[in-house]
Design a protein around this ligand. Structure first.
Ligand code: PLP
Length: 376
């Protein structure tokens, strides 16, 4: 059998990784500023994380959600404490798309409505409603187009109000910082307006923090910059540092009932052990603070580089926009400078490094970028 060929591949075969570096099969070492697409939060193969996973696997790796699993409660408590959202409830699943699918379903269960408001350039995943709420018809099959989704421009609260007034809106779904859309920040005033408008119109506010959450923005969740309290928060990626885990955090006013949501693998012992280890390292090594400080340092340095159209983002979620395509530059960074970067559309380099990035690594990148720009 051969692989179903859906991914355009970079010419690199990583075989090992540690901290902010990956090593390929020729033994070449690369600085990882992509973090496997925002997944590597505490650094590759962190010793505490490796130890916790080994230990857990040697005790029990899996049982279904029909038994008591104390690790789930421990994770809920630790996540509540570290995010400052102690009074929320936790539903565990396996991926970002699944978290959004469950959040949208839960919104509709709660208020009985059917429409979704999403935003221009949004990306929420590949499952049916998640991709339906994604602003990219090329990845929606005809079967995904039956959901009632209206797209309005990001940061346009008036447009949200107009749509809410038409009625039947179950949820407004917003990324804390748009990732795939090119690192576009949901502004504070806009988020405050949307929170208020959702309450007025009995629609639920879902913050998709799958890419921007878990410390990446320099706060636990990017929306916390705006001081709002969403009804539902979705998270995945950095949560397990590579072990598949996702979650919906659910405001206290939403009541569960048995059978409402469910999953076979969600919240399994290994996933919880990975997620707990991530939170322990984040706390001990003060990685949220590091993301804020190193991110601000890197953003400021990038603003001094000539030839860049715009630098956007917060913390260690940074978009560098050019007025030309960046694929050859990205290739040069990889091949000549041994630095792995991400991409948004065709003209934005996206940085999503481990939250352990140092200023020295940031300097290495800025110097390499300036040199590659000069060569191009
Ligand atoms: C903001 C956002 N939401 C949802 C998803 C989907 O997550 P997953 O690929 O784990 O299903 C992604 C993935 O890139 C994302 O960036």
């Amino acid at each position: 059998m051969k692989l179903f060929d859906v991914y355009p591949l970079m010419d690199i075969t990583p075989v090992s990784a540690l901290g902010c570096y990956i090593t390929d099969r020729e033994g070449e070492k690369y600085l990882d500023l992509y973090g496997g697409h925002a997944v590597i939060s505490i650094g590759h193969s962190h010793p505490h994380y490796v130890k916790k996973l080994y230990e857990q696997l040697s005790r029990i790796g899996f049982y279904s959600n029909s038994v008591i699993n104390p690790l789930q409660t421990q994770l809920a408590e630790k996540l509540g404490e570290m995010s400052g959202l102690n009074d929320y409830q936790l539903f565990l699943c396996n991926s970002g798309a699944e978290a959004n699918e469950n959040a949208l379903k839960l919104a509709s269960f709660t208020n009985g409505k059917q429409r979704i408001i999403a935003f221009g350039k949004a990306f929420h995943g590949r499952t049916s409603m998640a991709v339906g709420a994604t602003d990219n018809p090329a990845i929606q099959a005809p079967i995904n187009q039956n959901h009632q989704v209206t797209f309005v421009p990001l940061n346009d609260s008036r447009a949200v109000e107009v749509e809410l007034k038409k009625g039947n809106v179950c949820a407004v779904i917003v990324e804390g910082i748009q990732g795939v859309g090119g690192v576009r920040v949901a502004e504070t005033g806009f988020l405050k307006d949307v929170e208020k408008l959702c309450r007025q119109h009995n629609a639920l506010l879902i913050m998709d923090e799958i890419q921007s959450g878990y410390g990446r923005s320099g706060r636990f969740f990017a929306f916390q910059e705006a001081g709002i309290r969403p009804d539902l928060i979705t998270t995945a990626k950095g949560m397990g540092n590579g072990f598949p885990i996702g979650a919906v955090m659910i405001a206290p006013h939403i009541s569960p009932r048995h059978g409402m949501l469910g999953t076979t693998f969600g919240g399994n012992y290994l996933a919880c052990a990975a997620a707990l280890a991530v939170l322990e390292v984040m706390e001990k090594e003060e990685l949220i603070e590091n993301a804020r400080d190193t991110g601000a340092y890197l953003l400021a340095k990038l603003k001094e580089v000539k030839g860049i159209k715009e630098v956007r983002g917060r913390g260690l979620m940074i978009g560098i926009e050019f007025d030309h395509e960046v694929s050859s530059m990205r290739k040069a960074l990889l091949q000549k400078k041994k630095i792995f970067t991400g991409l948004s559309s065709t003209n934005v380099i996206r940085l999503l490094p481990p939250l352990t990035l140092t200023r020295q690594m940031a300097d290495t990148f800025v110097k390499a970028l300036a040199e590659v720009l000069e060569d191009n």
